[in-house]
Design a protein around this ligand. Structure first.
Ligand SMILES: [Fe+2]
Ligand SMILES: [Fe+2]
Length: 224
């Protein structure tokens, strides 16, 4: 609200011009997802090498980290079904990957705990970004996505049910994935990196589901 001096009353301030279009959102998603696929792979690779080097078990962390990297790559591949990146974008992805891969690898060797915390906060930013896109879609700012179906690859990967295969549903699935990455990384950041077992390992998930089933509680420990 802003005061209107001439009329002596308050009038509604018009909203700022809406700048994000479908194309701009996709460009942003492609770049962000290309970066998001790096940390899980770096962390999984470094833990894999450490396990070999020290001839010790990894306590089930590697599978979750690689699964996260795979999931992020699926996010990227989904958007690539909707747009074809130009040479500038490809160059940006190349540069960002080189810088982020090198920097994150070094940081992970120094302090994996801080790296997981950092990724937890990055994933929270991803949740906020998807929330903004969902908000734009729900408020009619992205008419091109109103009746657009999710790519077939995404429908298969997330097993999207009939009637929930539109862009809105897809963005909800992606946001849920980012929220899961956030929670997993913050949880891993709380653990002793050398001795604690990974609570998200498949074996542990099966145990949680079985305990939840016997207690009559629904468990959401499934695909991200
Ligand atoms: Fe992602
Ligand atoms: Fe993520």
């Amino acid at each position: 609200m802003s005061p209107d001096i001439t009329l002596g009353q308050r009038t509604q301030t018009p909203p700022p011009n809406h700048l994000m279009t479908e194309e701009k959102w996709i460009t942003r998603f492609i770049f962000l997802e290309s970066v998001a696929g790096v940390p899980g792979m770096v962390a999984g690779m470094l833990r894999h090498l450490k396990s070999i080097r020290r001839m010790r078990r990894d306590n089930g962390w590697i599978e979750t980290l690689l699964e996260e990297a795979y999931n992020e790559r699926m996010h990227l591949l989904t958007f690539l079904k909707l747009a074809e990146p130009g040479p500038t974008m490809r160059l940006m992805v190349l540069g960002a990957q080189w810088v982020f891969f090198s920097g994150f690898s070094l940081a992970y060797l120094i302090s994996p705990q801080i790296c997981h915390r950092f990724v937890g906060y990055l994933e929270e930013e991803a949740v906020i970004t998807y929330s903004k896109a969902i908000h734009d879609l729900e408020n009619g700012h992205l008419p091109g996505w109103k009746s657009l179906q999710a790519p077939e690859m995404a429908i298969k990967y997330w097993q999207m049910p009939e009637g929930q295969r539109c862009m809105h549903s897809l963005l909800l699935y992606l946001r849920a994935g980012e929220a899961k990455h956030r929670d997993v990384n913050h949880a891993l950041g709380n653990l002793d990196q050398n001795t604690d077992p990974n609570p998200f390992a498949a074996g542990v998930r099966v145990q949680v589901q079985s305990v939840a089933r016997s207690a009559g509680v629904a468990s959401n420990a499934g695909k991200w």
